[in-house]
Ligand binder design. Structure first.
Ligand code: ARG
Length: 585
């Protein structure tokens, strides 16, 4: 029995078709979930394919259906319309599938995706150092974390790389201001990231107002780039301090990386990039700068991709080019996934075009490059979200507020919990709500950040799903059963479900891999959110209609199996999205 029945069906229908003379290897049956009235899946691919070959679709659809029925035992098949095939899952198939796949561990390694056995580098979060993370840093972290978990679940060898911005022009200003200020940053072992942010802001104003200050900032940057010992020491300290503040958020959000190779790591690797781009005539010198044009592109034929500034300094583009080469040579990346907001869409398009040409010319293996972009977070009025003073909202403050609001919700709903439990539940619910509300949006659009919608037991929210999970745990507790120890193999020979609600739930459960497939194909976690919400609703309908505390042992086993499988799917699904789950709340 296979986990992903849709993929199994696709393979099997194609294999069957190839036995018949009208079909060849180019035939794709295009198996899709079907309108429920007609079946569970349908094959849409016959009509166009046979039409093109001037064959009778209805005739061959019938022959294919007959041959399929003779070879397969999992589906009922019928011909519909001018040449569609409908497939319905037999109850025995659903039952067998559930017996095999109803625990989190049974899913392990069962799901094959487009990333199976590939080395996938995922570049996410990647904030710039010298300031704390604010609300603008939320989405890359949340979406990137969900995707890395999904890709791993889909069989990919994932390498998480945090490409922090630790080599930018901000350091010139900071070094200048640190040296000018009476605040003894260098000597103060307790210097904080907040103090650094303040120094930076003062420095920015100063460089705008005084030409001399701007000049000093430039000189400090050059000194840093040339390896001046004092500046390098300060710079390292700034980065350490910054990373500690990032890490407090990562720990709270349950995010971790395999590597933190920031822009500075590539500073001695950019010469090689300049050399190769020139060697292969991909880059030209334009007013002292090194730039790449893409003649075939409507915009990038004129809009240059700047890879070395006219003063000789490297930039975001040069380090990103060096980074791709490094990831291919050192990590053997088959795929590289970048998670940033859409304002960087042009950068990545130019980067990918340039890398493609460069790797082709140099005969390097070119990985698949994916730019996973997302929109902006807006406030309830639809404007970019800010504090009342117009400043960016600090991420740590945002998380605190989420947890406080979740605490109020929990106190009202479950007053019987102890204070310690309420606090623990509030942390999981509050952080979960923030993550889930973000992932629920199709990532390419902007989304409105609305507390009342996300911290709510009604609607497609984390509290709703977490509560559904806790409720299923309670069912098992009441029956004195250990949910994770249940054995259901005896159900293998049960022939049919006894109610429509049981069957509807079973069908929803087997659709889990289809939802994962959608999410991975488009690198869009919202598909999984929608599936989990549907599943929780289908479960409610089942649980309201079909009692579990009953005498009939066999029937009870089937219903417990459905409860257990729903629980595992909801828990696994939320864990894949990066949320924690609870057994009671
Ligand atoms: N540091 C960048 C920023 O804050 C994001 C880096 C994304 N990754 C990359 N390889 N360019 O916008």
């Amino acid at each position: 029995m296979e986990f992903f029945l849709e993929a199994y069906l696709t393979k099997f229908v194609k294999e069957t078709a190839l036995i018949l003379p009208a079909f060849d290897a180019k035939f794709d049956p295009e198996i899709r979930p079907a309108d429920e009235r007609f079946g569970d899946f349908q094959a849409n691919g016959l009509l166009a394919y046979l039409g093109k070959k001037k064959e009778n679709p209805r005739l061959w659809a019938q022959r294919l259906a007959d041959l399929f029925a003779a070879r397969d035992r999992l589906f009922d098949v019928s011909v519909a319309g001018p040449g569609f095939l409908n497939f319905s899952l037999k109850d025995t198939t659903l039952m067998q599938w559930l017996c095999k796949f109803h625990t989190a561990s049974s899913y392990q390694g069962a799901y094959e995706s487009i990333f199976s056995n590939r080395t996938v580098v995922i570049d996410y979060s990647s904030p710039n150092t010298a300031k704390r993370m604010h609300v603008g840093h939320l989405r890359s972290m949340v979406i990137g974390e969900a995707l890395q978990r999904l890709i791993r679940f889909g069989g990919g060898h994932v390498i998480r790389d945090n490409h922090i911005g630790d080599w930018g022009t901000q350091f010139g200003i900071l070094l200048m201001q640190i040296k000018a200020s009476s605040y003894a940053f260098k000597e103060n072992p307790e210097a904080t990231i907040e103090a650094l942010e303040h120094l930076y802001q003062v420095g920015v104003v100063k460089t705008k107002e005084e030409a001399a200050a701007l000049d000093r900032a430039r000189q400090e940057l050059v000194k840093l780039q040339q390896g001046d010992a004092e500046n390098v020491t300060i710079w390292e300290r700034i980065n350490r301090l910054s990373y500690q503040s990032f890490d407090r958020i990562y720990q709270r959000m349950n995010v971790a990386f395999d590597h933190v190779l920031g822009e500075s790591f590539y500073r001695d690797k950019v010469e090689d990039v300049y050399g190769e781009l020139k060697k292969y005539h991909l880059a030209v010198v334009d007013q002292g700068a090194l730039v790449v044009f893409h003649a075939e592109h409507p915009r990038f034929s004129k809009q240059a991709f700047l890879v070395r500034k006219s003063d000789g300094a490297s930039n975001y583009a040069s380090t990103d080019l060096a980074t791709i080469k490094y990831r291919v040579k050192e990590f053997h990346a088959d795929d590289i996934v970048y998670v940033t907001d859409c304002r960087q869409c042009d950068h990545f398009e130019q980067l990918f075009l340039t890398a493609k040409k460069w790797f082709q010319a140099a005969n390097y293996a070119l990985p698949n490059l994916y730019h996973v972009y997302f929109g902006t977070i807006l406030d309830a009025q639809g404007k970019a979200i800010k504090t009342r003073e117009g400043k960016p909202i600090q991420l740590q403050a945002l998380l605190n507020e989420a947890v406080e609001r979740a605490y109020d919700l929990i106190r009202a709903k479950s007053p019987e919990l102890s204070e310690v439990e309420k606090r623990k539940v509030a942390e999981v619910v509050g952080l979960g709500a923030i993550k889930y509300a973000d992932l629920l949006q199709e990532r390419t659009g902007n989304y409105r950040f609305e507390w009342d919608k996300m911290i709510n037991f009604d609607g497609n929210t984390a509290p709703y799903l977490l509560y559904a999970i806790a409720r299923i745990h309670a069912i098992f507790r009441k029956l004195n059963l250990m949910v994770y120890d249940l054995k259901f193999s005896t159900l293998d020979n049960v022939q049919a479900f006894s109610t429509a609600t049981e069957r509807a739930l079973a069908k929803k459960l087997i659709a889990f891999p289809s939802a994962l497939n959608l999410a991975l194909k488009e690198l869009k976690p919202h598909w999984l959110c929608h599936y989990l919400f549907d599943l929780a609703g289908t479960f409610s309908a089942f649980y309201n209609a079909d009692r579990v505390a009953i005498e009939d042992v066999c029937l009870q086993q089937i219903r417990l199996l459905l409860c257990g499988a729903t629980l595992s799917t909801l828990e696994t699904g939320l864990h894949l999205l990066g949320l924690e789950t609870l057994e009671r709340m």
